[in-house]
Design a protein around this ligand. Structure first.
Ligand code: SER
Length: 322
């Protein structure tokens, strides 16, 4: 894998900002190209790797970036998250449906070796079992974002089976990280709460105290993407739709875990009905045994070591910004 050249589309978002340094370490910074659209790369990455402007809604920009940079592997992280997608349907359709199609199509037409794409717990709806949602079950999402993720999974499988493109992907739960904040997702409270805890010892949560959702700490999310990319294709019976999970908690439980470290932290609730409705339609926990069995997925973080690591790293980041 070391000589493969990798393009990360959507690299300035929450996941991309953590994925890039890992890929640079693993495969050499000269082999990594960041596809940027909105936003800037973190300072420590900016001047070390090639960047290219890519709007996923424009097929030509993707094809040109792949050819000019002699790319072998594409990670597509460009996506409009659930809350924004409900407000901006057309934008979500353009980015999540057309953009995904463009990435698969450009990858096939240019002979890309592998595409990594990202789905979500949002690909499930209220007819799937809510607890330990199986990998293979009914999928009836009722959000534009969730529908676009089912499209991503099905199209990924289609490009693999019918067009011979090696597409692989995971269904991520809410991702928690300290480098770059997510933009307008339903699980964002689990990141915002740490900013509140550190900066003002309080946080007003937009989801109800007992809303249980699957979550994951960023180092595990990055390791899921890299392990899936590196495993032997023959191991994979599924392709683009692996449940991956590490922890599940409610806002109340997360607040209690933070209080163990910051005893005077206080959580309040001001429920946003539209985001609550989205959260209520999603699984509260995932069965990820298929990923464990097929490619050896194993997370390292649970609630308490995630909280410790988040508080330490985010505190350092915020102090350095002063
Ligand atoms: N984190 C995403 C969201 O909240 C779910 O995949 O939209």
């Amino acid at each position: 894998m070391s000589k493969n050249r990798i393009l990360v589309i959507g690299s300035t978002g929450q996941i991309g900002s953590d994925l890039l340094p890992q890929l640079m370490d693993l495969y050499g910074q000269e082999n990594i190209v960041a596809g940027e659209f909105n936003g800037d790369l973190p300072e420590e990455i900016k001047n070390r790797i090639a960047t290219v402007s890519i709007d996923v809604t424009k097929y030509e920009e993707i094809e040109k970036a792949i050819l000019e940079n002699k790319i072998d592997i594409v990670y597509n992280l460009a996506s409009i998250l659930s809350t924004l997608a409900e407000k901006e349907n057309k934008l979500a359709y353009d980015v999540n449906f057309n953009g995904t199609f463009n990435v698969f199509e450009a990858s096939r037409n240019t002979g890309i070796k592998q595409v990594i794409s990202v789905s979500s717990i949002a690909a499930f709806g209220d007819r799937a079992p809510k607890i330990n949602t199986p990998n293979d079950t009914i999928q009836n999402p009722n959000t534009i974002y969730g529908i676009s993720k089912v499209f991503t999974e099905l199209m990924g499988n289609y490009y693999f089976e019918k067009k011979g493109l090696d597409v692989r992907g995971v269904r991520f739960p809410g991702i928690i990280s300290w480098k770059v904040e997510p933009t307008a997702g339903t699980t964002d409270y689990a990141v915002e709460i740490f900013y509140g805890a550190i900066l003002s010892k309080s946080y007003t949560c937009f989801l109800a105290p007992n809303t249980r959702l699957p979550m994951m700490y960023m180092p595990d999310a990055i390791s899921a993407l890299v392990s899936l990319s590196e495993c032997d294709s023959k191991q994979l019976k599924h392709r683009v739709d692996y449940n991956v999970s590490s922890m599940s908690f409610t806002p109340e439980e997360l607040a209690d875990a933070i209080k163990c470290k910051i005893p005077d932290f206080e959580i309040n609730y001001d429920i946003d009905d539209s985001r609550q409705e989205i959260a209520d339609s999603w699984p509260s926990s995932l069965d990820d045994s298929v990923a464990r069995n097929e490619w050896g997925w194993r997370p390292k973080y649970h609630l308490s070591n995630m909280v410790d690591d988040m508080l330490e790293n985010l505190t350092n980041k915020l102090e350095n910004q002063r």
